[in-house]
Design a protein around this ligand. Structure first.
Ligand SMILES: CCCCCCC[C@H](O)CC(=O)SCCNC(=O)CCNC(=O)[C@H](O)C(C)(C)COP(=O)([O-])OP(=O)([O-])OC[C@H]1O[C@@H](n2cnc3c(N)ncnc32)[C@H](O)[C@@H]1OP(=O)([O-])[O-]
Ligand SMILES: NC(=O)c1ccc[n+]([C@@H]2O[C@H](COP(=O)([O-])OP(=O)(O)OC[C@H]3O[C@@H](n4cnc5c(N)ncnc54)[C@H](O)[C@@H]3O)[C@@H](O)[C@H]2O)c1
Length: 716
């Protein structure tokens, strides 16, 4: 709702729609009637628009998008233009986070003031729409093209000071915002409005417009990777160089173009899915959920193993203000890790310049230092026997109520937990590399993991700024189990005629930041090799004795990755993998050695080369992954498709404008088409079980049920 209060000659319209004052239909209606009342009330000489509670407004109500309510009168564009047309000065006063439609209201106003706490942003491009309501036309007129491009196309937020400097704000206040705003409104009530109407101004620096737009266009063409919103938003900004009314028409056209594209649906789904997964529950038992399970308070954490992951995990924990005890068996590695951590926290190694966060770190080789920690995250080598041994040790050195978590990429949580006397306090907390950058935390519960332990791991994720997703225990859990098939098929495509760079190029055009072969070289081919060795699929010397080269454990198998690892070609860390890397460069260069290795492998095994289309590369690399997602839902190892999609969006760089693998299958490909495609490849590749369609998919495709409908109502 919106409240209407008169302060002498000033009418104050205060949005009051907690928690985020989003501009839902009922709020818009009350704002409009308040505005009309103020305009008709002759005692009123100026108007203030502001918000009640923690923030001004998070903008339009995203949950109304796609429903009639979003367009119900007064629509947001109508409300904004009513403000712009006001013949009494309108002052918008904002505080806290101010986004989207809230900025539109402010730009349509004659004056803008804000509390110093304000954070101003236009996240529309992130949900696949143009910031319409005149934003793309008025903002450039106020702050210039460069800043408008940064805010609209890159969704960069602005602080109060920046907004004052760029001219977006007229004043920054530190006192009580309401009284400041009323005072300010009184001070301008006699001012002429003509030159205060932003729409009537020219865009400053228009003479260099083409350079600014060109540079931005070049950057976007490189980075958009199939997402249409950024370039469309740039076109809208370009229209601000036209007369205002013409530009407004162009903005509306471009807005409509995105509003009706499937990408905005996918981006909105991704936005809401990240919030939905917070409302976790145990897939097999809904009574255990985010409302019923109380997390333990975690103040100190032990991290075991100071390698690639241990370092990243420690940085996250310290940045969140937690105390950390870092344990590493190898003293040299420990010292290296401490330097890395202190450097990334902005300190230097000798104490007096250490940042406060770094001061919370205690690094040692002595396990007994873990005696007082509330939780331990283990990140030693991916070896089950080793992990069971260290969990036994942890069980004896830590306090009985401490939670023991493992960062394993896919080993059996129950097998690790059974090495302790407290399996109820054992859980998987699977970070993604680089752990201090990737926002995903895949939490894996075991057969005995208690609701309290789950709640604690989910809360820890939120505390360190991660999005926690709860999944069940199976080999590779959800992420790696599905992703593994993407890599398996990518290698089969090499046997059948493609080169690594062909496959990577197609998946990067689809929208991935990196294709599977570049990702393997980045993460290190040895990580997955060790896992294949652990699974008995291969050995350090090649195929296990009496095992056919191209067929392992009942399935077709491609040994090319093993062959590279046996030559020590692990990727960037060894200067060569699927690609070669010149020293100091991360540019992946096609390598004749790999080309020859693939050629020889085909010749030696009578594998025919053929031309492979981009469509086939997309289908072969993505559809088995999606099919496995359906199997995971069938097995009740994930609460819903949103959980799987968030894992891929935040853990594997799945292109956000396609919503994630499950959304993409449901809304873009169509389950019927997906099923027929799986059946086609099953017939062509009978020795790959991953082409057998999941029965859940079959049921939905034949009944014409959508995954969204199947999942609707399943969340708490
Ligand atoms: C003709 C029609 C034309 C229309 C034209 C539109 C033009 C306009 O330019 C478009 C916009 O304004 S586009 C809009 C531009 N604005 C944005 O894109 C907003 C982006 N929002 C954010 O970035 C973050 O939510 C905040 C930083 C605001 C708060 O972060 P935090 O403190 O971590 O909190 P949290 O966990 O993130 O959210 C808490 C709950 O609020 C929910 N919710 C949030 N925003 C919502 C919204 N706008 N709406 C509805 N709901 C919204 C969220 O789902 C969650 O719900 P749940 O049921 O509990 O799961
Ligand atoms: N690298 C990745 O991309 C990635 C991503 C997610 C999860 N993981 C998982 O995280 C774990 C660690 O992987 P990593 O890449 O950081 O490995 P790493 O080889 O970089 O580091 C492991 C560290 O553990 C130390 N260590 C070994 N045994 C120890 C013991 N008994 N006590 C104390 N320290 C010991 C080693 O000295 C080494 O420094 C593995 O389970 C791996 O599967 C890795």
């Amino acid at each position: 709702m919106a409240e209407y209060v008169i302060y002498e000659t000033v009418a104050v319209l205060q949005i009051n729609n907690p928690p985020l004052n989003v501009l839902s239909h009922h709020v818009r209606r009350q704002l409009m009637s308040g505005l009309q009342q103020a305009l008709q009330d002759t005692a009123v000489r100026s108007i203030v628009i502001m918000g009640k509670g923690q923030i001004f407004t998070a903008g339009a109500d995203v949950k109304e998008f796609g429903t009639e309510k979003a367009l119900s009168d007064p629509s947001l564009p109508t409300l904004v233009e009513a403000v712009a047309a006001s013949n009494k000065p309108v002052v918008t006063a904002f505080h806290g986070t101010t986004l989207g439609g809230g900025v539109a209201l402010a730009l349509a106003s004659h004056y803008r003031l804000a509390a110093s706490s304000v954070k101003i942003g236009l996240p529309e491009v992130e949900i696949g729409i143009v910031p319409t309501c005149g934003v793309s036309q008025r903002l450039p007129r106020l702050v210039g093209l460069q800043t408008a491009v940064q805010m609209i196309v890159s969704a960069q937020t602005m602080s109060a000071q920046q907004a004052l400097t760029t001219g977006l704000l007229d004043k920054v206040v530190s006192g009580d915002l309401l009284s400041e705003a009323v005072g300010f409104a009184k001070s301008v009530e006699v001012q002429a409005l003509a030159d205060r109407r932003v729409g009537s101004r020219a865009v400053p620096g228009a003479d260099t417009a083409e350079d600014v737009l060109d540079a931005a266009r070049k950057r976007l063409v490189r980075r958009s990777r199939g997402a249409i919103a950024p370039l469309t938003c740039l076109q809208a900004i370009q229209a601000s160089l036209l007369p205002f009314e013409t530009g407004m028409k162009r903005e509306a056209e471009l807005g409509q173009y995105l509003w009706t594209s499937w990408q905005t649906g996918a981006l909105r789904y991704a936005f809401l899915a990240e919030r939905t997964v917070k409302r976790w529950y145990l897939p097999g038992n809904k009574t255990v959920n985010y409302r019923t399970a109380e997390p333990l308070v975690i103040n100190s954490v032990g991290v075991l193993g100071a390698g690639t992951m241990g370092v990243g995990i420690t940085i996250c924990l310290l940045q969140a203000g937690l105390k950390v005890v870092l344990i590493e068996a190898n003293k040299t590695q420990l010292d290296k890790a401490v330097t890395l951590i202190q450097r990334s926290l902005g300190g230097r190694s000798h104490s007096k310049q250490l940042s406060h966060q770094a001061m919370q770190l205690r690094a040692t080789t002595d396990y007994r230092q873990l005696g007082e920690v509330d939780l331990v995250i283990e990140a030693v080598f991916e070896d089950l026997a080793l992990k069971r041994k260290v969990f036994q040790q942890l069980d004896s050195v830590t306090k009985p109520q401490a939670i023991l978590a493992t960062n394993t990429s896919g080993l059996d949580i129950d097998k690790i937990a059974s090495a302790t006397q407290r399996p109820d306090k054992v859980i998987g907390t699977h970070f993604f590399s680089p752990a201090n950058v990737m926002r995903l935390l895949e939490n894996i519960y075991g057969r005995h993991t208690s609701p309290e332990t789950i709640a604690t791991a989910m809360q820890l994720g939120a505390t360190i700024g991660k999005v926690g997703v709860l999944v069940g225990n199976c080999p590779g859990f959800v992420g790696n189990r599905m992703k593994g098939l993407n890599f398996t098929e990518a290698m089969f495509l090499l046997e059948e005629g493609a080169e690594p760079q062909d496959v990577d190029k197609v998946l990067e055009e689809f929208g991935f930041a990196m294709g599977p072969f570049r990702v393997s070289d980045l993460a290190g081919g040895d990580v997955h090799w060790r896992r294949r060795i652990q699974a008995g699929l291969t050995t350090e010397q090649g195929p296990p004795p009496n095992t056919p080269l191209l067929y392992r454990q009942g399935n077709r198998y491609c040994p090319l990755a093993d062959m590279l690892c046996m030559q020590g070609r692990f990727g960037q860390k060894t200067g060569a993998g699927w690609y070669r890397y010149e020293s100091g460069s991360r540019a992946a260069l096609p390598d004749a050695v790999v080309h020859r290795l693939i050629l020889k492998h085909r010749q030696d095994n009578g594998l025919q080369r053929r031309n492979i289309s981009s469509q086939e590369i997309v289908e072969r690399c993505l559809y088995p992954l999606i099919n496995e997602g359906f199997r995971i839902l069938e097995e009740g190892l994930a609460a819903g498709p949103q959980d799987i999609d968030v894992i891929f969006l935040l853990g594997f760089g799945w292109p956000r404008h396609t919503g994630g693998p499950m959304y993409y299958a449901d809304k873009v490909v169509g389950l019927g088409i997906l099923l027929r495609c799986l059946e086609k490849y099953r017939a062509l590749h009978p020795r790959s079980a991953h082409w057998v369609p999941s029965s859940l998919l079959q049921t939905m495709a034949t009944q014409g049920t959508s995954l969204t409908a199947w999942a609707a109502g399943s969340r708490l």
